[in-house]
Design a protein around this ligand. Structure first.
Ligand SMILES: Nc1ncnc2c1ncn2[C@@H]1O[C@H](COP(=O)(O)OP(=O)(O)OP(=O)(O)O)[C@@H](O)[C@H]1O
Length: 642
C-alpha cells in the first residue's frame, strides 16, 4: 500500500486538520443523532482508530484498520455505516463477516444500540441455528446482515429469496482470520460470498493483526484504500501486565488451581478467562475446576450453540467467574469485567497470543495475562516476544503451596478424564464433526478420504524433499560421479527440440505422461562436464516399449543419477488444462520412482520457464548451473556412453 493512503496514529488520516487536538465525534462528520447515541453509551471521545477511519469511510473510501485489541474498531465501522444508511436506507445495505458466531451477535448488538433511532433491522446468520428462520429473516431485507461465512454461503447456495448484489458496505471483522487457512478454512465460502456481492462497494477490513495478510487484503479493498495502523512500539496494550510461569507439564493444573485460588482470595470482584488448546482439555479442566468449587463455564466448538450462548451469558453477567475456552473465544469478545487471561497452553502463533490476551485490559482498563510455559514451549515464548516487541516477565508463585495441592489436583483431573471418557467425548466429537460436514452439504466419508489423501501427499512431499537433500549432499561429496537427468515435455516438438527427434546412443526415446500425444524430452547432465547436456532423449507418448529401452540402456550406471522433471509454464503442456498438467506430473513421478537407478528423484512441476526450463532446472538444486545449454537446440543432442 502506498504511503499516500496510509494513516498513522495521531495523524487523523483523512482529516489532517483534526491532528494535534482531541476531536469529538461531531467533528468527524457524524450526524448529531449519532453523536448523541455515542454520548448516551458513554463514548465521549473517539479513539484513535475511530478518529482515523471514520472520516475516510464517510468519504467513500475502502478502509483497512489495524489497531490494538479493545481499541474500539467495531464502532469505527458501525458509526459511518449507520450514517450512510440513514442517508439512503434500504436493505440489504451492509454485510458484515466475522469468524465466530458469538462475535456476530456482539457486532449485531453494537449495530442495534447505536442504530436504535433509525429503527435498524439486522439479521444474524451463523451456524448452529435454525436455517429456515434465517432464510425467512433474510427475505425480509434487513439493513444489516452479520454472518459467519460458512452459513451465509450455505444460504447463497440453497436459496434465491434474498440478494446481496446491491450492498453498499462489505465489512470483514477479524479480516486476517477470515483469510487465513486455520482449523476452519473459510476460503471456499468467501469465494461464494465475494461472487455474490457487487464490485462497486465499500470494503472495510479490521483486525488487531492485519499486517500478516495485508497483501491478500489489499486485493479486496481497491477503492482508494485508506490504511490505518496504530504506530506503537509494542503490539499489545500498555495497561496489560504480561507474565509467564515456567512449569513442568505434569504439574500445570496444580499451578492453575493455585493461581485461581490466589486470585479469588485477593479480589472480591473477579473474572478470569482461561484458554486451552483443545475442546477435550477445555471440558476436562472445566469439570476439574468445578470440583474445586470454582464457578466455571466452558465454551468450545463441541458444545451445542445454545449451550455456548448460555455459557457466555452466564459469564458476562458474572454468575460464573471463570470462562474456560478454546480459541473460539480468543478474538473480538468484549467482556469489560475480565481482569485476567490465563493461557493454559502457550499459543503456537504470536497472533493467537495477541488476540487471547486482548480479552482483558480493554478500552483503557488494567489487566493481566499469565502464560503457562513448559520446557517444550520456550521457543514459542521467544517468538511471541519478538512479535509483540516486549518481554514477558516471570511470575513468582509459592511453590510449596502448589506442592501441597499437587496430588489432590492430579487425582481430581484423572477422575474427570475417566468421567469424560465414559461419556464418549471423543466419539461424540467424531459424530459432531460428521454432522457439521453434512450440514455444510459435504460428504463426511469423502472429506475423510480427501484428508487422508492430503496427508499422504504431504508425507510424500516430505520424503521427496529429504531425498533431494540427500542427493545434494552426495553430489557435493563426489561431483564427478553424480549426474542430473533433466526431463521436460512439451506438446510442440519444434519448441522443445527444434525438430523431430533422433537421439542416438543408448537411449532412443522416453515416454511419460497421460495417454495424450505428448512429446517428452530427457536430458542427462553431468555437473562436472563443460558441455551439457550429455544425453537427450525424446519421444511421443505411448512408446512404452521405448520407455523400457531407455530404462534398461541407462542402467545400471556407475553414476548416481538424479532425475529432475520440469514442465515449462510457457510450454504447450502448461497451456493444457491444469488437470492434464497434474496428470503428467503424477505419471512422470510414478515412472521415475520405478527406475532401477540407484538414486532417482522426481521433482514436481517447475513454475517458471518453458520446456527449456528443464535445462535450467538443476540450477536451483545443483551447482554449477548449466549455463551453456539454456535450450534444446536441434541436432546437438548427444549420446553419452555410460
Ligand atoms: N470512543 C470510545 N470511548 C470509550 N469506549 C469505547 C469507545 N469506542 C469503543 N469503546 C468501547 O471499547 C470496548 C472495545 O471495543 P471493541 O470491541 O470495538 O474493540 P476492538 O478494537 O474491536 O477489539 P478486538 O480487536 O479485541 O476485537 C467496547 O466495550 C466499546 O464499547
Amino acid at each position: 500500500m502506498s504511503s499516500a493512503c496510509a494513516g498513522k496514529q495521531g495523524s487523523h488520516g483523512a482529516r489532517p486538520e483534526l491532528a494535534g487536538r482531541m476531536a469529538g465525534f461531531a467533528e468527524l462528520g457524524l450526524s448529531s443523532w449519532l453523536v448523541e447515541q455515542c454520548r448516551q453509551l458513554g463514548l465521549k471521545q473517539p479513539t484513535p482508530v475511530q478518529l482515523g477511519c471514520i472520516p475516510a469511510i464517510l468519504e467513500g473510501r475502502d478502509c483497512l484498520g489495524c489497531a490494538k485489541t479493545g481499541s474500539g474498531k467495531t464502532a469505527a465501522f458501525v458509526l459511518p455505516i449507520l450514517q450512510k444508511l440513514s442517508e439512503d436506507p434500504y436493505g440489504i445495505f451492509c454485510l458484515v463477516l466475522t469468524p465466530t458466531r458469538e462475535l456476530a451477535y456482539q457486532i449485531a448488538e453494537q449495530f442495534r444500540v447505536l442504530g436504535k433511532p433509525l429503527g435498524l433491522k439486522d439479521c444474524i446468520i451463523v451456524g448452529g441455528m435454525d436455517m429456515v428462520a434465517q432464510a425467512l429473516e433474510l427475505s425480509r431485507k434487513p439493513h444489516v446482515v452479520i454472518a459467519t461465512p460458512g452459513r451465509l454461503a450455505d444460504h447463497l447456495r440453497s436459496s434465491n429469496t434474498f440478494s446481496i448484489k446491491k450492498i453498499r458496505f462489505l465489512v470483514m471483522d477479524e479480516a486476517d482470520r477470515l483469510l487465513e487457512q486455520g482449523c476452519t478454512d473459510f476460503t471456499v465460502d468467501l469465494e461464494a460470498i465475494l461472487a455474490a456481492v457487487p464490485t462497486r462497494r465499500q470494503t472495510l477490513l479490521f483486525s488487531a493483526t492485519l499486517t500478516d495478510t495485508l497483501k491478500e487484503l489489499q486485493g479486496l479493498a481497491t477503492n482508494q484504500p485508506f490504511f490505518w495502523e496504530a504506530q506503537a512500539p509494542v503490539r499489545t496494550v500498555e495497561q496489560l501486565d504480561q507474565r509467564y510461569l515456567l512449569v513442568p507439564e505434569k504439574v500445570k493444573d496444580a499451578y492453575l488451581v493455585h493461581l485461581i485460588q490466589n486470585f479469588q482470595d485477593e479480589h472480591e470482584d473477579w473474572s478470569i478467562i482461561i484458554f486451552t488448546n483443545t475442546c477435550k482439555t477445555c471440558q476436562i479442566l472445566c469439570m476439574m475446576l468445578r470440583k474445586f468449587n470454582f464457578p466455571t463455564v466452558a465454551l468450545h466448538s463441541m458444545m451445542k450453540q445454545k449451550e455456548r450462548f448460555a455459557a457466555l451469558a452466564k459469564f458476562k453477567s458474572s454468575i460464573y467467574r471463570i470462562l474456560i475456552a478454546t480459541d473460539v473465544a480468543s478474538r473480538g469478545l468484549d467482556i469489560p469485567t475480565v481482569q485476567v487471561v490465563i493461557n493454559h497452553n502457550t499459543p503456537g502463533l504470536p497472533k493467537i497470543y495477541i488476540h487471547r490476551v486482548g480479552r482483558t485490559a480493554r478500552a483503557g482498563r488494567q489487566g493481566q495475562a499469565i502464560t503457562l510455559v513448559t520446557q517444550y514451549d520456550i521457543h514459542l515464548v521467544h517468538a511471541i516476544e519478538e512479535q509483540i516487541k516486549k518481554q514477558l516477565e516471570e511470575l513468582s508463585v509459592e511453590e510449596a503451596k502448589v506442592l501441597q495441592i499437587l496430588t489432590q489436583v492430579n487425582v481430581v483431573r484423572r477422575e474427570c478424564e475417566i468421567k469424560l471418557e465414559a461419556a464418549n467425548f471423543d466419539e461424540k466429537k467424531e459424530i459432531n464433526k460428521r454432522k457439521q460436514l453434512i450440514l455444510e452439504g459435504k460428504d463426511p466419508d469423502l472429506e475423510a478420504k480427501r484428508k487422508a489423501e492430503l496427508a499422504k501427499i504431504k508425507q510424500k512431499n516430505r520424503r521427496f524433499k529429504e531425498k533431494v537433500e540427500q542427493a545434494l549432499q552426495r553430489q557435493k561429496a563426489s561431483p564427478e560421479r553424480h549426474m542430473v537427468m533433466c526431463l521436460a515435455w512439451d506438446s510442440s516438438p519444434e519448441r522443445t527440440v527444434g525438430g523431430p527427434l533422433h537421439s542416438p546412443g543408448p537411449a532412443q526415446s522416453l515416454s511419460v505422461g497421460p495417454k495424450t500425444p505428448m512429446l517428452c524430452t530427457a536430458q542427462l547432465f553431468h555437473p562436472a562436464a563443460p558441455s551439457w547436456p550429455l544425453l537427450r532423449a525424446s519421444a511421443k507418448h505411448q512408446a512404452t516399449e521405448k520407455e523400457r529401452t531407455l530404462t534398461t540402456s541407462l542402467g545400471p550406471t556407475p553414476y548416481t543419477v538424479t532425475l529432475v522433471t520440469s514442465v515449462g509454464r510457457a510450454g504447450g503442456c502448461y497451456r493444457a488444462p491444469e488437470q492434464r498438467h497434474v496428470a503428467c506430473q503424477e505419471s512422470l513421478n510414478k515412472w521415475v520412482s520405478q527406475l532401477p537407478w540407484s538414486d532417482s528423484v522426481a521433482v514436481g512441476a517447475r513454475e517458471e520457464g518453458s520446456a527449456t526450463g528443464a535445462s535450467q532446472a538443476p540450477q536451483d538444486i545443483m551447482s554449477p548451473p548449466p549455463t551453456t545449454h539454456s535450450s534444446f537446440p536441434s541436432g546437438q543432442a548427444q549420446s553419452f556412453e555410460l
